[in-house]
Write a protein that binds this ligand. Sequence first.
Ligand SMILES: *[C@@H]1O[C@H](CO)[C@@H](O)[C@H](O)[C@H]1NC(C)=O
Ligand SMILES: *[C@@H]1O[C@H](CO)[C@@H](O)[C@H](O)[C@H]1NC(C)=O
Ligand SMILES: *[C@@H]1O[C@H](CO)[C@@H](O)[C@H](O)[C@H]1NC(C)=O
Ligand SMILES: *[C@@H]1O[C@H](CO)[C@@H](O)[C@H](O)[C@H]1NC(C)=O
Length: 967
Amino acid sequence: MSQRWWGSKLSIFAIFLLRDGGFFARGDTLESDLVAMQDLRRSMNIVLNWYNGDPCDSEWQGVACDDRKTRITGIALINMRLSGSLPSSIGNLTGLQSLDLSLNQNLRGPIPSSVGFLVNLVRLSLQNCGFNGSIPREIGSLSALSFLALNGNFLSGRIPPTIGLLQSLDWCDLSNNALDGELPVSSFGDTGFDNLTVLRHMHLNNNNLSGAIPAALSTMPKLFHLLLDNNNFSGAIPPEIGNLPQLRILRLDNNKLEGPVPETISRMALLLELHLTNNPLNGSLPDLSAVQNLQLIRSGYVNFSPSQIPLWLLNMANLKTLEFFKGNLVGQIPAELFSLPNLEAAFLDENRLNGSIDFSTASRSLELVSLEDNEISSVTSVPSPLTVRLSGNPVCSNNNPDKFCSSNGRIWNPSVDRCHIMCDDQKTLQPATCSCAYPLICTIQFITPPFSAITVDRIDNVTGQLSVALNISRGQIWIGSADFTSNHRLVMNILFFPPGKNVYLDQSLVSKIILLLSIQRVSVPEFGPMLLTNANQPQTTPPVAAKQTKFMFIVTLCVCVGVSAAIAGLCIVLLVVRRKRTRGPSHDYGFSSIGEIAPKFKGCKWFTLDDLRKASDNFSSNHLIGVGGYGKVYKGQLHTGELVAIKRAEKESFQGLEEFRTEIELFSRLHHKNLVNLIGFCTDDGQQMLVYEFMPNRTLRDHLYEQALNWKTRLSIALGSAKGLEYLHELADPPIIHRDVKSSNILLDENLVAKVADLGLSKLAPTCSDEKTYSSVQVKGTLGYLDPEYYAYHQLSAKSDVYSFGVVLIEIITGKQPIDNGSFIVKEIKESVAWGGVASLLSFVDKRLLDETTVEQVKKYFRLALQCVEDSGQDRPKMNEVVKKLEEIIKLQEVHGSSDHQQNHQQNGDSNEKEATGESSFDVGALNPEFYAWSSDDAEEPTFQAFGFTAAGERQAGLDHRCTVDD
Ligand SMILES: *[C@@H]1O[C@H](CO)[C@@H](O)[C@H](O)[C@H]1NC(C)=O
Ligand SMILES: *[C@@H]1O[C@H](CO)[C@@H](O)[C@H](O)[C@H]1NC(C)=O
Ligand SMILES: *[C@@H]1O[C@H](CO)[C@@H](O)[C@H](O)[C@H]1NC(C)=O
Ligand SMILES: *[C@@H]1O[C@H](CO)[C@@H](O)[C@H](O)[C@H]1NC(C)=O
């Protein structure tokens, strides 16, 4: 007996040792590596099989070792739902050659300076995580580093000058962070970007970098892509930039660059794309006819002197996209411009181009000519596939705008109707086989495509390239959508289906696809560089019955029991303490009767059931003013004479106690003239009642569809509710996401002032209100107003409210319900814009408003609404920007008739914005060690070779892991 007792004690003891990592079945892994790995596991909450034996001997997932199995040489945990932070003990893994923790957005905190010890590192990829703080200067010690990708984090501060010590760096992506200060370049013994003699990819876009663009950059012999757009650079473009012999893409758009565009740009013979849009540049565009490769020129919203369309453009045989919005162009358009053999799209809106245009010699490649707001008097011979947009020109006053419309192809939204089947809510239709399956959905952003039209050929091209690179059949790939952002980036949602009629994807295939996409293994030549910004897999392989070893089971059980016991203990203690604190004379508001402890509510009255019975004549039907999702709303009069609205939940539709508390807690803290004021609540007798100030004019919805509101009132209601939401998002502490913005939640007081109501579904916003998204288990909200991103990926952010508000804006101007006879108004409007430009939306305006509005105002209004309902949250404005725009629109109303051509293009809101990253991840799968090297022998884009990567896990022996950069 005592022996058995000892036996059990010993095994418990052993398990404790195991759990603390003191008793690993030792392999040959160096002790210091082992200790660091255990620290990594704890600090980043890695589960996988990292409890099991020795990292090298037991083949920990995502871990690679050297051939002698003594040193850790690679860690790749992409999209693994890691959380916590990267511990400084990472610096002890000095054998590491590759570290990739991309797409783990809950990995936060700074990048520890100890990464500087990883002198063998060739590849460091921390893309789309939640890292903040500055880039440690110690990074300069990584002399072997060839690939550095820190894009899509919250990094701030200056880029350390030590970056110039990375002598082997080929790829440097720091985009989509909050970096500021000037670009470091060498001076007085300090190093900087100009020391990076083999760097080809310099992606610094979407930060807050400032100062001048240093002339020293021009000494970088290999530079291929220089992306500095969406920053705060100022000063002149240095003429030396023309000395960059290899440059293919130059993006300087959305900065504050001034002065002339240097003529030396014409020396960059290999340049494919030039983006200058939205800078206060003056002078004129220099003659670029020597740059015969040029496919794209964007130079709208600049301060060029008035000029005709430059004649040298007529020599640009490779030009596909020409963008001169508001470029101060005057005079006639030479007909030869549209005969350029490769031209697809010309955006010449908001200039003073005049005369007539004859399209009879237009090139067959031409798809779109946008000439809104010019002085064109007539057009002839428009070939049928060509879209010409001419609203705002004299020619359009001739009552025949429709003939200039056709598909412009800026949006790809394929129909899947032909299958005639519906999938249950978790599965997705596989259009190739008309079956339902669980696809892997990846969002890819092509950051700088040279073209502007998404044609069937291009979709085919992407599908084909993906199918070859990933070794899966074309039928498994479905491009669900493709759309240009206002910043000329192309965002594509790609669905990867299981082969044939299978329902589940093979886990190893999922891992492989995500990996190959995220390491740039797939390149689509015509599309330019791309980023994987999201990988979302709703359902993994069907649950495999307990594959865990008994050992794992015991460990897990032990940990769980231990942890839950600890938590339970803690809860009991807290409960007792809180109970003690809240006991006393204060009323417990009935919460204890439903099993809760009373919260403290500031400035919020507790009513007895009796109070409210009296106020509402015992909830008589005479007092009933509304029936909502949660119950009935009664009008009441308190004994003080004050009118109130009493929201009484039906017993059967009680919101969870949680939601009820949320509503009280949130509302009692909030005070704003555009939010409905919560006066009190009642929880007597298990009731759930909320007492609000009374809104005599009911809801916006009632007014829109039952009574006519004039345009001025509608605008002021839009502005008021926008301000209410702005307050919730940006001024409330903590910030709040409403989650159910709709016209029936916007109430009107006696002066028709709008007040946002019904915060019952609100969630506290994450600290960076609109920049981060987080996943919520259950999609809540109202159909027709739901953010497609939230709906599809369960990603909730303040931008989800912006979407819903955009729907309200559309409702306000059209007087139509969001879903009318089964058709979605948002979709209809987007389609109409795609076919006929913003001008086509005039036909949607509520007929009752026609006399009160101006075309200019309506267009501005629709542009704002369209921005709000962009598919991707990052393209939507923030509520404060919406408020600003609405104020501008209202000003237009006040100076009715003035032709104040406001620049409607704004610095795009996506600077510093983080890509939405999926919460769901692929499971522990068989992602095995991989090492990448890339060669640049022929291709323009680096083609990465994932050495040693095989889905099943066998690392190929004897491959050279070093990086070969030799072009
Ligand atoms: C960096 O570049 C500058 C200017 O070309 C040069 O003087 C300096 O020696 C370089 N430093 C290193 C470490 O290469
Ligand atoms: C941009 O740079 C200018 C100086 O050139 C500075 O005054 C301004 O505050 C910067 N803007 C932002 C948003 O950082
Ligand atoms: C262009 O801008 C620069 C700097 O802002 C200024 O010095 C110059 O006079 C301007 N030139 C013209 C032609 O307006
Ligand atoms: C591609 O997939 C097929 C099976 O679908 C497999 O037989 C073949 O070996 C794969 N090719 C490569 C290069 O992985």
